[in-house]
Structure formats: structure tokens, C-alpha cells
Design a protein around this ligand. Structure first.
Ligand SMILES: Nc1nc2c(ncn2[C@@H]2O[C@H](COP(=O)(O)OP(=O)(O)O)[C@@H](O)[C@H]2O)c(=O)[nH]1
Ligand SMILES: [Mg+2]
Length: 248
């Protein structure tokens, strides 16, 4: 076997980034710029989900392509953005994240290399050194996410590796997927609400995509949370819906 220096091909592939946004005018401009500036990012799509503030204008001015999703819900916004990204013919890799500044644009470079061996790479916000102490991930969200994540691993149990893949987080929006992988799952994404994230992972595993999780940085949110991070009661209810979707 010839010994040669390895240059990771995924780091040279074109990337389309999708950011979800709902009344996120405070954060969306910086979020767009932070992702757009990363190497090989050819387009940033912002999915505006009926914002009543200036979110679409701020996103547009920051350089994003803005699409409007009328069906209200985090899952509808994610699925719409992923579908739109497939029209970006240049892009071989599609990255999904949120426009609330919780995710770091430069973390693309943690996700992409794993796409050499996997179809879908999802972030985990459960590692102490990467999850900032003033982020939403307090003990409640950490333990809740880890509990439901273990359930997802068990759903695809295998004796040797304890699951097709081992998850530590189910609510992390930030993920990278190959065009081929996305084409395989897009029509099966049917959850429109806040429990979309583990649903997408479940669908991917059902379709035999290779899924892997990597630790990413999680920062303090800019602006008000409208999702699980809004209150513990809301987080609990969303967690239950995630759980029922996983076992169904
Ligand atoms: N919760 C929620 N989020 C939405 C909706 N539409 C779009 N989003 C976006 O989805 C992401 C997740 O919501 P967020 O408020 O950050 O929830 P959190 O991450 O639990 O605090 C954000 O980028 C929102 O702007 C929606 O109808 N509900
Ligand atoms: Mg968020």
C-alpha cells in the first residue's frame, strides 16, 4: 500500500448552510455572516417562519437567501430549509443550524471531515469544555437530552456497539449531511414541531444512513427562546414528544 499524505476531500466540497429563524432579528445578521464567511460556503439560506420583526430584512442584508415557511413550527422550518438547499446545485454538503448565535460557524470544520465515512454528522452539546456555562444547557436540559438520546441509541440496539450509533444529545440542530443522504430521507421527514431533531436522526437510521455524533461548541442564545429552551415545562413537554416519536 502506498503511503501518502491525506488531504480530506470533504474540506474542499461546496457547502450550503440553512439557518432557521423566527423573530430572531437580534441574532440573525451576525449568524448569517459567521456561517457565510467559512471556506466553501456557497450559500446561506434563512428560513423565516412568519417572523413579526425585521428578521427577513436583516437576514437579506447580511447576504442570505431568505425563504418564507408559512407552516408555523421548528420542524417545518428545518424541512423546508433542507428541501430548498437541494436546489443549490453546487452544494455537495448541506449544513443545518439555528440563526440564534448558539452555534459557531467555525464548527463546520469539526463536522465535515466525518462525512468521508458517514452520511450525517450531528453535533452534541453535552461536553463540558465546549458547552458554555451561560448557554441554555443547564442540568435539566443536559440530563433530559442525554436520557432521550440513550433511548434513541437503544431503539437501534446492537449487542456489539450498543446501537447503530451512540447518541448523547437529541436536541442539537447543528448537523451536516451529504446531498445523497438528504435525498434519501427528505420525503420521510414528517414532524413539523419542536421534536423534529431526533425524528430526523431516527429517519436517517431507519434508512440505513451512517450517522455519527461529534462534540460542538454551544453558546449563549441571543434573543428570546421560542423552543425547548423557553421554559423547563415546555422543555419537558417537547422531551416527551421526542420520546414518543422515538419509540413509535
Ligand atoms: N420554537 C420554534 N422555533 C422556530 C420556529 N420557527 C422557526 N424557529 C427557529 O428554530 C430555532 C429553534 O428555536 P429556539 O427559539 O432557538 O429554541 P431553543 O433552541 O430551544 O431555544 C430558532 O432558530 C428559531 O428561530 C417555531 O415555530 N418555533
Ligand atoms: Mg436555539
Amino acid at each position: 500500500m502506498a503511503i501518502e499524505q491525506y488531504v480530506c476531500p470533504s474540506l474542499n466540497k461546496k457547502v450550503c448552510v440553512v439557518l432557521t429563524a423566527y423573530d430572531d432579528e437580534e441574532a440573525i445578521g451576525e449568524a448569517v455572516k459567521e456561517f457565510a464567511i467559512q471556506r466553501n460556503v456557497v450559500k446561506v439560506i434563512v428560513v423565516d417562519n412568519n417572523s413579526k420583526d425585521e428578521t427577513p430584512l436583516v437576514a437579506h442584508n447580511a447576504g442570505a437567501e431568505v425563504v418564507k415557511e408559512k407552516n408555523q413550527g421548528y420542524g417545518y422550518a428545518c424541512a423546508r430549509g433542507l428541501r430548498e438547499a437541494l436546489y443549490c446545485n453546487d452544494a455537495e454538503i448541506i449544513v443545518l443550524a439555528e440563526g440564534d448565535m448558539t452555534f459557531r460557524g467555525s464548527d463546520l470544520w469539526k463536522l465535515l471531515p466525518f462525512l468521508e465515512d458517514a452520511d450525517l454528522v450531528v453535533g452534541s452539546r453535552t461536553h463540558k469544555h465546549f458547552t458554555e456555562s451561560d448557554s441554555q444547557m443547564d442540568w435539566f436540559y443536559l440530563w433530559g437530552n442525554m436520557f432521550v438520546a440513550n433511548l434513541l441509541s437503544l431503539r437501534f440496539f446492537d449487542w456489539r456497539f450498543l446501537g447503530k450509533t451512540r447518541f448523547s444529545d437529541v436536541g442539537c440542530t447543528m448537523r451536516a449531511i451529504t446531498r445523497k443522504g438528504l435525498l434519501n430521507i427528505i420525503d420521510a421527514l414528517e414532524v413539523g414541531d419542536n421534536h423534529f431533531s431526533p425524528h430526523m436522526l431516527k429517519v436517517a437510521l431507519e434508512k440505513d444512513l451512517h450517522v455519527i455524533e461529534v462534540p460542538i461548541t454551544f453558546r449563549k442564545r441571543v434573543g428570546l427562546s421560542k423552543g425547548a429552551g423557553g421554559s423547563k415545562w415546555r422543555g419537558f413537554k417537547i422531551g416527551l414528544r421526542m420520546l414518543f416519536n422515538i419509540i413509535k
